[in-house]
Design a protein around this ligand. Structure first.
Ligand code: 13P
Length: 249
């Protein structure tokens, strides 16, 4: 048996509509047929409840949550609210939120703790910028980010890491297998150093321009347990081959 079951999650970002939820049907069918892979879709907050009714077994998730359980936080959504809406997953610490909303490692960790407390599968994102990679300190940057963003307490299977190099997001520049292998090995070593055997069972996803034509090669890399997919998760036509690649790898 595999140590870690593959997981492929689509992050719709600020895209999608009620009409676009029709994509979920064929995605769910493909996931069922492929077997052996967990599949999730994270649409914008406003679509979560409707997506749950049409999910066909695909796990629906959110792209963020607030760190507090409730209170005077205008415009924010708590993890418990997401859970009540039917979400099973929360992404926290995406680089777009770190950049656009100034989220720090400490805040990402607090959000991850809130999401875990609500019983959501929590995907903690880390990744370096192009300039950090060019300066050669990318492994240290990303492992430091991981150290600051990961909570201490979690149940088996609930915590997931996503390595998303910022320079590969939405650019069509996918990291090479050598880049992916280097970083995923470093992340695995850091997880095992901190959590022991349990750290060996945390899934580590790759994200950044994952498409049908590069997914299989990326998912075959050691310590890659699936993908976090942006643009290519918006339609079943593009996302299904990625799910199939994960199932086959
Ligand atoms: P793209 O797949 O569009 O590069 O986005 C990746 C991402 O940011 C997923 O969270």
């Amino acid at each position: 048996m595999q140590l870690r079951r593959k997981l492929v999650v689509g992050n719709w970002k600020m895209n999608g509509s009620l009409a676009q939820l029709a994509e979920l049907g064929p995605i769910a069918d493909a996931a069922r047929e492929a077997g052996g892979v967990d599949v999730g879709i994270c649409p914008p907050f406003t679509l979560i409840a409707a997506a749950v009714t049409r999910s066909g077994g695909v796990a629906i998730g959110a792209q963020d949550c607030h760190q507090a359980a409730s209170g005077a936080h205008t415009g924010c959504v708590s993890a418990a609210m997401l859970k009540e809406a039917g979400a099973k997953i929360a992404i926290v610490g995406h680089s777009e939120r770190r950049a656009d909303q100034g989220e720090t490692d400490a805040l990402v960790r607090a959000k991850a703790e809130a999401a875990l407390a609500a019983g959501l599968i929590t995907i903690v994102c880390v990744g370096e910028s192009e300039s950090q990679r060019e300066a050669g300190g990318h492994v240290r940057v990303v492992t430091d980010m991981l150290a600051g963003s990961m909570p201490d307490d979690w149940e088996e299977g609930e915590l997931v890491v996503a390595y998303e190099p910022v320079w590969a997001i939405g650019t069509g520049k996918v990291a090479t297998p050598a880049d992916v292998i280097e970083m995923h090995a470093a992340l695995r070593a850091a997880l095992v150093a901190r959590f022991g055997d349990r750290g060996g069972r945390i899934r580590i996803l790759y994200g950044g321009s994952v498409k049908a034509d590069n997914a299989a090669e990326t998912f075959r890399c050691p310590e890659v347990d699936g993908g976090l997919v942006g643009g290519a998760s918006l339609t079943a036509a593009q996302f299904v081959p990625i799910v199939e690649a994960a199932a086959g790898g």
